[in-house]
Design a protein around this ligand. Structure first.
Ligand code: MEV
Length: 424
């Protein structure tokens, strides 16, 4: 047995109990990271009934937070009866940067740039050929002069199309080659004075900020179709309150952060389930949310001429081939459940899930409040934790319908039941 320093046999047993029985699959999982000592499980659920562009999807979600999948499923069902989600990919451009320092004349560099660009494209043709045959490759290269912010600092900012792959390896490989080509170009071009022949390549890396890799998801319905959202208010009152809630998140960064967190409850869960990089997706979205200098809500809402319109613009760079998507058995299964989507189709499913999640959160917030649903889940978790029987749980759910749920309150209620009805 492996010895885990500082841990007793009991801890080692717990770690081992989460290893997969299938040693080959276990090895695959371990290969994703380093120093792996066990697997950390998270719930894998399905939110059914997502009607997106007239097609029904069952959306796989990996998330540890209670109520998220239920909320997504409930919002999906709500919009299923009102025409579903419309989505549209507005762009699929990915970006990368080669950062470098150069002491020469900026105008001269600018003048030579068309020739340099030709060289960059020609000398990376062996790396881009395959991607080009799939319809992708380098879309453009720009010289960015940052010398007014930092002496001698420039970058080559390149735009890429990577089709159904996330494209990180492709982009980084091309960018590193750009570094070699740039060095060779500046050190040998006859127009460059010998004092300026040295270029210092600082780093070559894709940018996770991809504002042109953008998808829009939206829902629309007559305000009257919102009449039955809650008993206490009609559709017009609900729509106005909902719109105000979105407006608050557009103008107040404190609320915007929580509002967008709710969107990412849905987005991250699908990104994870499909083996994509949720840190990249979140980092990009938060930068996009602050693109005009203030952090704002990613979604927006308009109520006009008797129509409710709610939409989300989400920058999201991901892949459906390569990487974890083809290595993790459950990522592969998620893609199968979604009908083997292209990257563009998956962007749309994820944006619709994010919008659904945001709709569900705001619907609760402006009607019953969020705690009602959360407390029900909290109550069930407490009941499970204290080992309540089915009958005890039923009585507790009934009792706490209009009571504040706390651990001690639930425990005392169940202990009371057991004292009163010892055989129950
Ligand atoms: C909780 O995980 C997410 C919410 O806070 C989102 C929101 O407030 O909009 C409910």
């Amino acid at each position: 047995m492996t010895h885990y320093p500082g841990l007793g046999a009991e801890a080692a047993g717990i770690l081992q109990s989460f290893w997969l029985k299938d040693a080959a699959v276990q090895r695959v999982l371990e290969g994703f990271s380093e120093n792996t000592i066990s697997n950390f499980h998270l719930p894998y659920g399905i939110a059914p009934n997502f009607l997106i562009n007239d097609r029904i999807y069952a959306v796989p979600m990996v998330i540890e937070e209670s109520s998220v999948v239920a909320a997504a499923a409930s919002a999906a069902k709500f919009w299923l009866d009102r025409g579903g989600f419309r989505t549209q990919v507005l762009g699929t451009v990915k970006l990368g940067q080669l950062h470098f320092s150069w002491s020469g004349n900026a105008d001269q560099l600018r003048a030579l740039f068309p020739l340099l660009e030709q060289r960059l494209r020609a000398d990376t043709a062996h790396l881009t050929r395959n991607m080009e045959s799939r319809g992708g490759g380098i879309l453009g290269i720009e010289l960015v002069d940052l010398t007014d912010l930092e002496p001698e600092l420039y970058q080559l900012r390149a735009r890429f199309e990577t089709c159904d792959s996330m494209g990180a390896n492709f982009i980084n490989t091309v960018l590193e080659e750009f570094g070699n080509i740039l060095q060779a170009f500046l050190s040998t071009h006859p127009g460059i004075p010998s004092a300026d022949r040295q270029v210092a390549v600082i780093m070559a890396i894709l940018s996770n900020y991809t504002p042109e890799c953008l998808v829009r998801a939206e829902v629309k319905c007559p305000v009257t179709a919102l009449d039955n959202v809650c008993q206490e208010m009609d559709g017009a009152t609900f729509a106005a309150k909902f719109q105000k809630a979105v407006r608050i998140a557009r103008i107040d960064p404190y609320r915007a952060t929580t509002h967008n967190k709710g969107i990412y409850n849905g987005v991250d869960a699908v990104v994870l389930a499909t083996g994509n990089d949720f840190r990249a997706v979140e980092a990009c979205g938060h930068t996009f949310a602050a693109r005009d200098g203030q952090y704002r809500s990613l979604s927006d809402c308009r109520v006009a001429n008797g129509e409710f319109h709610f939409w989300l613009d989400l920058p999201i760079a991901l892949g459906t081939v390569g990487g974890l998507t083809s290595l993790h058995p459950l990522a592969g299964l998620s893609l199968a459940i979604l009908g083997h989507p292209s990257a563009a189709e998956l962007m749309q499913v994820i944006a619709a899930t994010g919008l659904a999640q945001n709709f569900a959160a705001l619907r609760s917030l402006v009607t019953t409040g969020i705690q009602k649903g959360h407390m029900k889940m909290h109550l069930l978790n407490i009941l499970q934790h204290i080992g309540a029987s089915e009958q005890e749980a039923r009585l507790a759910v009934d009792h706490f319908r209009d009571q504040v749920v706390s651990f001690s309150g639930v425990r005392d209620f169940v202990l009371d039941l057991r004292a009163k009805f010892p055989t129950a």
